[in-house]
Design a protein around this ligand. Structure first.
Ligand SMILES: [Mg+2]
Length: 260
């Protein structure tokens, strides 16, 4: 479809962060103007990230500081989606959360009880405060057969210096030590975060558009959830990678700044 058709079909835009709306602390060229125009057209905007190391409020602060966020916009992380999933599918369960203090606070505010000694279910989030004591404990609970969830599958997280190990790298370690893979991964490209978004924003999947720069997370997330997909070439994906991929986005633009 054309980019004009895609915009007119979409009521809710899910916006990936790194490589799509900003790189590091720098908003990509023309993105502010595009977002302002989309809001003026009555479109709803939700900034969406697999990174579960920071809280919603930390992302709101960053996006507002660099001039990308308006009060009516949403911010959603795989950590928030994991909290929703646990409340629905593991109601009342005690959770062993391998995550940052910021995520633990968010879980407490959501009414989820964390328990490091006798949990019912384990969740591995992007714990940038990971210690050997936490690694050892998660491995023990996994070998005991507790249900095992992870917030997202990304191997690495982009930084100004290249990349740093992310949850997918941690998962490789636990696969070696406990012979377990997660029973469910919440974030992109899977469906638990998609379902959580649809219910939170009362949106119809055919009118939701995922805009992002990665084929195997953002674009596959759109396909797996029945959303429209908009690939931006301002981040990871090149035209060569797109040509070689079986994933075909509904529309492709050089950057979000060139959408309208
Ligand atoms: Mg990205």
């Amino acid at each position: 479809m054309t980019k004009q058709e895609l915009v007119s079909e979409s009521d809710l835009f899910l916006l990936d962060l790194d490589g799509t709306v900003y790189i590091g602390d720098r908003p990509l060229c023309g993105v502010r103007e595009t977002l302002a125009s989309l809001r003026a057209m009555g479109k709803r905007l939700v900034f969406l990230t697999n990174n579960s190391s920071l809280s919603e409020s930390a992302y709101r602060e960053k996006l507002a500081r660099i001039g990308l966020l308006e009060a009516q916009d949403g911010v959603y992380t795989s950590g928030m989606a994991a909290a929703e999933y646990l409340k629905r599918q593991f109601a009342g369960a005690r959770v062993f959360l391998v995550g940052t203090e910021a995520l633990k606070e968010e879980f407490a505010a959501a009414g989820i009880v964390c328990d490091d000694e006798a949990p019912d279910v384990c969740l591995l989030a992007y714990d940038t405060e990971l210690t050997f004591a936490k690694i050892r404990k998660l491995d023990l609970f996994l070998r005991r057969g507790l249900p095992f969830l992870a917030t997202h599958p990304d191997d690495v997280c982009p930084t100004a210096d290249g990349s740093m190990p992310d949850v997918g790298s941690f998962l490789a370690m636990f696969e070696r030590s406990s012979r377990r893979r997660p029973d469910l991964i919440v974030g992109k490209p899977y469906t638990a975060m998609g379902e959580a978004l649809l219910s939170r924003y009362h949106a119809e999947r055919a009118h939701v558009c995922m805009a992002g720069d990665r084929l195997y997370t953002d674009m596959l997330f759109a396909k797996n959830n029945g959303f429209l997909s908009l690939l931006v070439l301002s981040g990871e994906t090149t035209r060569e990678m797109l040509a070689a991929s079986p994933i075909e986005p509904d529309a492709v633009v050089r950057s979000l700044g060139e959408l309208l």
